[in-house]
Design a protein around this ligand. Sequence first.
Ligand code: AMP
Ligand code: MG
Length: 526
Amino acid sequence: MLTFTNRFLNALPGDPNPSNHSRQVHGAFWSRVTPARVAAPSLLLHSPEVAAMLGLSEAQMRSPEMLAALSGNGVLPGMDTYATAYAGHQFGNWAGQLGDGRAIMLGEVLAPSAEHFEWQLKGAGPTPFSRRADGRAVLRSSIREFLCSEAMHHLGVPTTRALSLVLTGEPVERDMFYDGHPELEPGAIVCRVAPSFIRFGHFELFASRGEHALLRQLIDFTVTHYFPGIAAAHADPRERLLAWYAEVCARTARLMARWMGVGFVHGVMNTDNLSILGLTIDYGPYGWVDDFDPGWTPNTTDAQGKRYAFGRQPGVAQWNLARLGDALATLDAVPPEALTDALAQFERTYAAEANGLFAEKFGLRAAVGHGDDASEARAIIDAAFALLVQHEIDMTIFFRSLASATTVADLRDAFYRDTEWHEARAAWAAWFERYAALGARLHATPDARAERAARMNAVNPKYVLRNYLAQQVIDSAHAGDYAPIAELLDVMRRPYEEQPGRERFAHKRPDWARTKAGCSMLSCSS
Ligand code: AMP
Ligand code: MG
């Protein structure tokens, strides 16, 4: 038996208009909407960890009632379906009202852990926020969202989760590269799960319209339910707001450090795609860097400006937080300077988190705070970054190799091109000698060295959701074979462990995938 609490719906005012046509929704947080029926739903895959978190048994997951709920063909007792209103800045420009155009909330459950989780279908049909689009999602993007949210969770990166992946049995038309060649693709629906799907853009919407009472109400709701420590510590509304904004800045900074540490590139960091809880949200044209290239973006729509390239993500997050700050500054009695001070929290937290994480990844954490060793460690890490960007070097393999490397030759496998390895070998040999010398000094005994290696392997994943691996299982699924999706999910469950027999999932990007659609280039069409 699931207990639905639906606090967002019950506590915040909604749109009195029950009709489901595209429109501007004013003075409301949500519009009631019923998912569209689908022809022939089937459950392709579910996440046992998410089911367990929600208190769902295997039998419940496989019941006809659950399939109906997860495909939008029915609701479980206590579910109440709606879409929420938000706005946003897209690619740096104000975009006005956006909203859940193809996401439909099913409600919020109270889990056995006493935590609350919202359920949301992505691709369950049009809502008042769909504008001219169809509210649907295709199988390839749904596989990508499902796999990546679970992979990120198992890597330890804060993220929304995926409960299920359902095939609708209906085709969806998409023009994948916006080049006038639309095709019919299989439709699918992912059920996402998170404590809340509130985005920066929810706050921006009310600020942009001068709906200050609603903005205050949303801040109140958010702080009370999701930041109870801040609610308890600050009775004064102004202090509470500032402390909360500073905390959002800090959480977002920690998230950025985690993305940078595993080589994740979100691809569409618009303010409507940033979670107020500091979760990774909205898996669209995301990618994983193969070679360590701060200028790389997987998103073809961003190929010109590269606004959302790998190395730009922390700066963009800060820009987005400033837009959130602008929204808060529309309230009386919120001094802009105080918001600017709170925003400064972002840079401090990001620097501390990223420096700490990379010190850990290089196995040089022990040097931190120890005078000369600390500056030597800093110089070694900076030198590695300077070398990494000069050639095509696989980020994941490079870092994973460090724990067991005894000579520079142990780094060779990370290189994509033999010629570059020969060219760079001398520079890397000099770097490695310096690196190994500091490592030996910091970790003198075999026990200390073994402990260091274990710690490094706990932050340097062996398995990440490489773009070409995701594309391979998508290609298989399009050919009717869904088993590879489950196998890839299983590999991604234990990313930091050696998994004998599964080494092929740790191989660097093969040459055929270098410029293949889906492997290095993705569009927003999903
Ligand atoms: P995204 O870039 O995927 O984060 O989407 C930006 C906005 O477009 C959000 O308001 C989405 O709900 C909306 N959107 C994206 N795809 C669709 C679709 N197929 N149907 C309706 N709305 C969509
Ligand atoms: Mg989005």
